[in-house]
Design a binder for this molecule. Sequence first.
Ligand SMILES: [Zn+2]
Length: 114
Amino acid sequence: MINLCGCYETHDLKVEADIGADAIWCNKCFSNFDIEYVPISNELKSELFEWLSKYGEWIDWDTDGIVLNGAELEEEHNKQGLKLTEKVQKELEGKYKVSFSPSTYAKRCAAQKQ
Ligand SMILES: [Zn+2]
């Protein structure tokens, strides 16, 4: 396995959606991996791309707030992310530990308004 970040050995990965980033990260140094080099199936890669493209549907960019039903949209996105993380974990079984880092944007926004 090639080194995807500066860590001597990487065994911990995380799946997290962010604007302009790929979906898989080092869970130690938080480097964002180029998904091209992550040894998972192309099918799963395209599922991750699709999932990423939906990230932020709950964000109202004009006000930096959330859209109507934003919290539900985020929760649904997190559910899909968790499922994809399980798939990634399955394909990388025995090589990596993969955890999921859910988006908390809408939740934080809601908390601020209260
Ligand atoms: Zn690292």
